[in-house]
Each structure stands twice: as structure tokens, then as C-alpha cells.
Design a protein around this ligand. Structure first.
Ligand code: ASP
Length: 409
């Protein structure tokens, strides 16, 4: 038992940091707001590692795979996992919101929609596809546009494989760079208890402390409960069963293994910023091969968003219910598909889901202004869905790795 506590000391430190942070934010909001700098330092350190970790782990993952056929198989498995779990998540969300009906009788309010959302109304699938290739990789990196970096890294890895012996030096260069980057992540992780404490304390603090948070939850009570219970069902039942039956892992043990990443996801509301810690937990501590995690996790942090896709569907139907607009038959099917696409298209950054939600609302003719009603609580629900997004990635890495390893035998 003591061995367990020793191994999980950092996790318990982070849990304590999160709880104390929430308590500080609720009871001492003024003090908590001053903690911002500590949270920012931690967050910046994580963000600093995102691009290096993607480039290095993708390239060394691909070069380890040796061959486009293996990559094709891994890619296919990854897509099947992403799409099926996201589809299940959206379906659960839709069933919950259609049966609880949190929007019925909900007072329409005219909250202002932030510019970033109202100016994005032209967001489309074509934009999404176009953004896959960026003409300037440095600019893409500077703007944290991750998909073009992933694609360029895959291509570069394939090219290194293709040139045979001449690529060996570069391949081993990236392999040792990978180890160094992971070492750095481990160092940063030691600051996680303080960083997570500060991030959570600040966020609860700027909301105005305990009463403000309680009032906020109360004002959107049924909606809040619908989203949180749908997210919980998906993570605790569906993903856990997938892990058990398809990944042959004990979900509770694995949950503890990736707990640090899940709490970081809650504290940062960003799958991308959490990526370095997800990598460390899944591959270094969870025993998932670097070949698989190097490919599945960076891609997952960008496109596999079960929580976000589910949220998009729940929010759209909630908005329709509040406006007294009935969505049925084909329209529900459209919500299902556009929510899945909007989840894939959302960046792994805070509140990105709100921007891509425009796509869902417009596809079934719902007023974009409806977003104004759920804006106030989005910071909190964003954290919950980001945690589910990261859990989905971590489970996926395990399941896909199980099949990959069977392939090798
Ligand atoms: N914040 C989420 C993430 O990073 C995206 C979203 O749902 O807004 O995973």
C-alpha cells in the first residue's frame, strides 16, 4: 500500500492543489486572484512544450513504425476509435438532453456574444480541410495551429524512412530529442500541484467566490446537470468498458495512472496544453508504447474530442428547446453529424467548442444568439468536457496499442 502512495505522491499533491485551489477561490476570491502569476507560469511552461513534443514524438513514432503499411493500419485504427467513441458520446448527450429537456421554459436572455464567436459565423468544413496544410510551419507553430504541424511531422517521418541509411542519423537524433523533451516535461510536472492550485483558485476567484459559483450553477441548474451526467456516463461507463474489453486494462488503475493529466485538463481547460502531461502519464507511466502514443495522443488532443462533440449537440438542442423550436427526425441527424464534425474541428484550447458550435446551430437554422444563454457557465463546463476529451485520448492510446502489439506478435 505504501508503495502505491509513494508512486502516486505527485497525483495526491495535485489533488490537494486542486481542492485547496477551489476552496481558496470560493472563500478568498481576492487572495486567489493574486495567484494568477503562478498559474500562468505553469501554463506557459506546458504550452512551451506542446510544439516540440508533437514534432519530436510524431517523427520518432513514425520512423519507429517502419513502413507506410503499418502507419496506414495505425491511422485506420485510430480513426475508427475516434469516430466511434465520439459518435457514442454525441448519441448519449442527445438522449440525455431530449429526455431531461432542460431548455423547456428556460427564460431567453440576450447576453452579448463575444466577438470571437460572432465573427466566426462563416466557419465551415471547407475551412477545416483547408487549414490542414499551412504554407509557413513557423507561423503555424507560433499560432499553435497543431494540425498542419502534425501533418508536416508525419510527412517528414515518412521521408526519413524512405531515404533508408541516409536517414539513420536524423532518426536517432529525434529519438534522443524525444527522451530529452520527456525529461523536461517530468521536471515541469513537479510544479503541477502549485500550478493547478493557482489556476483553479484564480478561475473560481474571478467568478466572485462561492456564492457567485453556486448562483451560476443554480441559474442553469438543469442544463448543468444534463451536461455533467452525460459526460459522466460516457467516461465512467462507456470509455471504461471500452478500456476493459478492448484494451484489456483495469479502468480504475488506469484512471489513477492518468489522473495527473485529467486534473491538468480540468485546471487548464485545454487538451493541447495538457498534451505533455498526457504523454508522460500514458507512455512513461502507463506502459503504452511510444510508437502508438506518439501518434495517437497529439492527434487525439486536436481531433478526438468526445466531451466537446457531446457538448455541442446538448447545447444546440438546449437552445432549440429554449426558443420553443422542435428538432426531430432529419434535423436531429444533422445535429448528430455536425456536432461530431464540430468536435473534430474544435482546437484544443479553452472554449474553442463555442466557436465551432456556430456550425451546428446554423446547420439546423437555430439562432446563433442562443450561445449567449450558455456563455456564463461555459468556463466551468469547458473544464469538464476537456477532462473527458483527455480521458478519451488516454483510453484510445491504450486500446489502439493493445491491437498494435498483437499485430507484432
Ligand atoms: N477546451 C476544450 C479542449 O481543449 C475544447 C472545447 O470544448 O472548447 O479540449
Amino acid at each position: 500500500m505504501s508503495d502505491f502512495f509513494k508512486k502516486q505522491a505527485l497525483l495526491f499533491g495535485i489533488i490537494a492543489g486542486a481542492i485547496i485551489g477551489a476552496g481558496a477561490g470560493i472563500f478568498f476570491p481576492d487572495f486567489s486572484i493574486k495567484m494568477k502569476i503562478l498559474g500562468d507560469l505553469f501554463l506557459n511552461a506546458l504550452k512551451m512544450m506542446v510544439i516540440p513534443i508533437i514534432v519530436v514524438s510524431m517523427i520518432s513514432g513514425i520512423t519507429n513504425l517502419q513502413g507506410t503499411k503499418r502507419l496506414g493500419k495505425l491511422g485506420l485504427r485510430t480513426l475508427v476509435y475516434y469516430l466511434s467513441t465520439t459518435g457514442i458520446a454525441v448519441a448519449i448527450g442527445m438522449m440525455m438532453v431530449l429526455s431531461i429537456k432542460p431548455g423547456l421554459g428556460f427564460p431567453l436572455s440576450g447576453a452579448e456574444i463575444p466577438e470571437k464567436i460572432s465573427t466566426e459565423t462563416s466557419y465551415s468544413v471547407v475551412d477545416m480541410i483547408e487549414s490542414l496544410i499551412h504554407p509557413n510551419l513557423f507561423q503555424a507553430a507560433a499560432e499553435m495551429k497543431i494540425l498542419p504541424i502534425i501533418i508536416a511531422s508525419i510527412l517528414f517521418g515518412l521521408a526519413l524512412n524512405a531515404i533508408g541509411e541516409k536517414g539513420e542519423t536524423a532518426i536517432s537524433f529525434f529519438a534522443s530529442l524525444n527522451d530529452a523533451v520527456m525529461k523536461l516535461v517530468r521536471w515541469i510536472m513537479f510544479f503541477a500541484p502549485i500550478g493547478i492550485f493557482a489556476l483553479i483558485a484564480y478561475r473560481f476567484g474571478i467568478t466572485g467566490g462561492g456564492n457567485a459559483v453556486v448562483n451560476l450553477i443554480r441559474s442553469l441548474g438543469k442544463y448543468f446537470i444534463t451536461v455533467v451526467s452525460a459526460l459522466t456516463i460516457h467516461s465512467v461507463i462507456i470509455l471504461a468498458m471500452i478500456l476493459l474489453f478492448f484494451g484489456k486494462r483495469n479502468p480504475i488503475n488506469y484512471f489513477f495512472t492518468v489522473g495527473k493529466a485529467l486534473l491538468t485538463a480540468f485546471a487548464t481547460a485545454s487538451s493541447s496544453a495538457t498534451l505533455p502531461i498526457t504523454m508522460e502519464c500514458v507512455s512513461e507511466e502507463g506502459g503504452v508504447s511510444k510508437k502508438t502514443s506518439g501518434f495517437v495522443l497529439p492527434l487525439g488532443a486536436t481531433i478526438n474530442m468526445d466531451g466537446t462533440a457531446m457538448y455541442e449537440a446538448v447545447a444546440a438542442i438546449f437552445i432549440a428547446q429554449s426558443y420553443g423550436i422542435e428538432l426531430a427526425g432529419a434535423k436531429l441527424l444533422i445535429v448528430f453529424f455536425t456536432a461530431t464534425i464540430a468536435g473534430i474541428g474544435a482546437a484544443g484550447i479553452p472554449e474553442a467548442g463555442l466557436v465551432t458550435m456556430v456550425l451546428v446551430l446554423q446547420s439546423v437554422g437555430l439562432p446563433v444568439e442562443g450561445i449567449g444563454m450558455i456563455l456564463a457557465i461555459d468556463w466551468l463546463l469547458d473544464r469538464c468536457r476537456t477532462t473527458v476529451n483527455v480521458w478519451g485520448d488516454a483510453v484510445g492510446a491504450c486500446v489502439i496499442d493493445y491491437y498494435e502489439s498483437r499485430n507484432e506478435e
